[in-house]
Ligand binder design. Sequence first.
Ligand code: GLV
Ligand code: MN
Ligand code: MN
Length: 443
Amino acid sequence: MTAAVPTVSDAEAAVILARCDELARHSSLTDGIERTYLSAEHAAVNYRVAGWMTAAGLTTWQDAAGNQCARLSGSTRGLPALMLGSHLDTVRAAGRYDGILGVLVAIAVAGRIAASGRPLPFALEIAAFGDEEGTRFGTTLLGSRAVAGTWLESWWDLRDAGGVSLREAFLAFGLDPAKVGDAARAPQELLGYLEAHIEQGPVLEEEGRALGVVTGIAGARRFLLTVTGSAGHSGTPWPRRRDALAGAAEGITTIERIARAEGLTATVGHLRVFPDAVNVIPGKVEFSLDLRAPDDADRDRGWTLIESALTDICGTRGLDLASTQVHEAAAVACSPRLRAAIATGIRSTEPTTAPADAARPDEGGSDSGPEAPADDAPRELPSIAGHDAMAIAAITDVGMLFVRCAGGISHHPDESVTAADVALAVDALEAAVRALAADYPAL
Ligand code: GLV
Ligand code: MN
Ligand code: MN
């Protein structure tokens, strides 16, 4: 048997995975990954990523909202740009690929184009957004909404768990809150936005496919719900108890029942109990609700049902209910022309004549599962997870390339991708960009 000969993509994939490992070390947790907006870790990864962007041949800058950006000029200066991007922040106890992989794949693609001697007829930009997850301030997509020009003045008073306001965090990061508008990009500056991202679901793996074309992104609403009863001694007799936690628990299982029945996705991931003592009836409970659906009307109808059910539960138990919406993002459809370009990109990575399991002979066998048949159209699938593309859709067309992740696991330290799939993602995204270039200026 002959030794495997690594291809350029395999070497690039190895670099990308090593970079993901390196960025994972920039964490505020010692026993896991957490990197939040405008933190010291955010500044450190911006610096590191800027170095990789520069080494790839791009001009770099950090924008007025702390996003790390880069640009590769097209065949002449001043051309509009196709933007590639994703995010560098993480959830608490995160994996190392959500968002990060998309930024690093984009840098690899830009590096290839810079080195190819075949400049594009448009500029290529990369945006490594500083906040997509909303981990620190509770409101998501802060980085990409600054770029989209949809920043809200009301956000300045958002506070993190330590009481630091967004305004104070801007100043501490060396940013001027009065200049956040400078991060906004005008629609005429952009030709579109492409984002590569791990699927965060099981579809591609179940079907034995490495890559997929995203059709659209589910709309989301997030709420903070507060149930108030009355605290008291744990020996208080049943008729006198107003237990906020028992009410919240019934409410949470009711949310699950409604969401299942209505075909919605609902998650309660945060809960605080006051005063949080074993021998005191909980007097107050605060919990979050993250509600999603591919169709905003379905999602909104679901919230109406949930709110009414929670009101009934609290009424029956003598509890008070308060709800505040902390986030809303409309569902977004990916643009047909960008979907077509991504499909072309994926097709370019598939074998044309060889049997599927001989597609990548250099691997000496496949560590990425069986591939789809060669004549199969690329898989199209929706995203339930939120993405920066949702925010950027306010100013330009968006398209997304999904990369298979093991077990569909995400927002968890076990997030995992294979080098072979990452190599295919670089090839496919480059081919998608080249397909758009071939059509330009009829974009
Ligand atoms: C981000 O990953 C989200 O879907 O909430
Ligand atoms: Mn995420
Ligand atoms: Mn993400």
